[in-house]
Design a protein around this ligand. Structure first.
Ligand code: A2P
Length: 425
């Protein structure tokens, strides 16, 4: 792994995350190969003694908040506890301040040692799905606009639609929310996301930070030709451990009324983008609201279906939910033509049925996935629960390996060519 020297002449170039711009999307923490990034309820932070300057986190960050550096005397790095408490980055130290703070050529013993991954014992290497996630878009992706409205300069959108896109009366509820930007340019591509800033302040009296949501509509609008877009938002009523909580942003968004004004930042994302070349195949694997970018890509292909542009390009969808009733867009999915998209639904909590996950269905469709894995025109997109990422990438690996393909080579190729995209949370 290529790393950059962070220590020179007793001065550490400390990697920091700007809390004012960060949208807490977890991409950096998921990407960091040495686990240098962590977070609390307030901030995402970098451990100075673990970061080795490999830069793997820099390009996936949707906002650029990750690309911040401060020169500090070696041994005086900002601790993660300090970083957790920040509301903004500290200023740069002037050269004389650096000296006053104790900067001088460091002794080897005083210098923090960049973390080096210990070579794994043969046969004990841990499988890290994140390492196969691309940080570049497919070669034929359209050019995305990003950060037109950064967190410090949001724009306003008007709610023009909000409905429950799951069956009413079930434990979990997901809303399809349409926002209109009027005459304000807000161009998005399928796979990009936006941030919504909930009004009011948090428990500490600070304004809420923006929450990131994937766009669920294609580039020419939820309604074709309109300057609007759709989001797929699940109402959060329990935390990861099943304890009751009221998700601030998700409840705000799910309760929005037509005509309400919303503060929006973005657009974000420059790699989870769809291919646009003829005969390009898209394999979409998602759970719950991870279906948003898949809906966007599918709808764009559907709108261009009779244009001849993607002649021969396949769409294959693996979509997981607890039950059919809790699967967003179940009804509309049923009306898509079978020769347009190959749909595989995995339900994990259907009474009387065995639990099924998307990766189980992928293994059942191994022959079709293998043909796609062998084809350079295939692009794989994974979006949804963090927990499924490993299972899905392992399924791809096993399908390849059982056919005698080297996953080491294939996985690296998919990553390098922007053909395997992972966005899990
Ligand atoms: P489960 O019934 O085990 O929670 P959610 O409704 O919470 O957003 O989850 C969407 C779907 O993803 C559910 O069917 C859930 O199953 C499933 N899921 C949970 N963990 C995993 C995993 N590790 N791999 C694949 N799917 C998962």
């Amino acid at each position: 792994m290529e790393t950059h020297t962070l220590i020179d002449n007793g001065i550490l170039k400390q990697h920091l995350i700007d809390p004012e711009i960060c949208i807490r999307c977890n991409t950096c923490e998921a990407t960091c190969p040495v686990n240098a990034i962590t977070h609390d309820d307030n901030n995402y932070v970098v451990r100075a003694d673990v970061c080795n300057g490999c830069m793997a986190c820099i390009s996936p960050c949707p906002t650029g908040s990750i690309d911040n550096w401060r020169a500090v005397p070696v041994g005086r790095a900002y601790s993660i506890e300090e970083q957790f408490s920040w509301e903004e980055l500290p200023g740069e130290l002037a050269p004389h301040e650096l000296v006053a703070a104790g900067a001088e050529p460091a002794t080897a013993a005083a210098a923090p040692k960049p973390a080096v991954e210990a070579p794994a014992e043969p046969g004990t290497q841990v499988f890290r799905s994140a390492q196969y996630g691309a940080t570049v878009p497919p070669w034929s992706a359209a050019h995305p606009y990003t950060n037109l409205f950064p967190p410090k300069n949001p724009t306003t959108a008007t709610v023009v639609g909000n409905f429950n896109c799951t069956e009413a009366g079930f434990e979990s509820e997901t809303h399809h929310v349409v926002l209109d930007f009027g005459s304000m340019p807000f161009p998005v591509l399928e796979g990009q996301s936006i941030g919504i800033i909930p009004p009011g302040v948090d428990a500490l009296g600070k304004p809420h930070y923006a929450r990131q949501y994937s766009v669920a509509s294609p580039r020419n609008g939820e309604r074709p030709g309109y300057n609007n877009l759709a989001l797929t938002v699940k109402r959060v009523t329990v935390d990861h451990d099943g304890n009751p909580v009221r998700g601030v942003a998700s409840n705000y968004v799910c309760d929005l009324k037509v005509g309400d004004k919303v503060q929006v930042v973005g657009p974000f994302g420059s790699s989870f983008l769809m291919p646009n070349h003829p005969r390009s195949h898209i394999v979409m694997i998602c759970t719950g609201t991870g279906s948003a970018p898949m809906r966007a890509m599918t709808e764009w292909r559907r709108r261009l279906r009779n244009s001849g542009k993607f002649e021969g390009g396949k769409l294959l969808l693996f979509f997981g939910a607890r039950t059919q009733q809790e699967l967003p867009y179940f009804g509309p999915l049923q009306s898509l033509p079978k020769d347009f998209i190959d749909i595989n639904l995995a339900f994990s909590r259907t009474p009387g049925q065995p639990k099924r996950y998307v990766q189980d269905l992928m293994r059942e469709r191994a022959a079709d996935l293998l043909a796609l894995l062998r084809d350079d025109n295939s692009h794989f997109y994974v979006c949804g629960l963090k927990g499924m990422e490993e299972g899905v990438v392992m399924a791809l690996r096993d399908i390849a390996q059982e056919a005698g393909l080297s996953w080491e080579t294939l996985g690296a190729t998919l990553q390098r060519e922007g053909r395997l995209h992972l966005e899990t949370y």
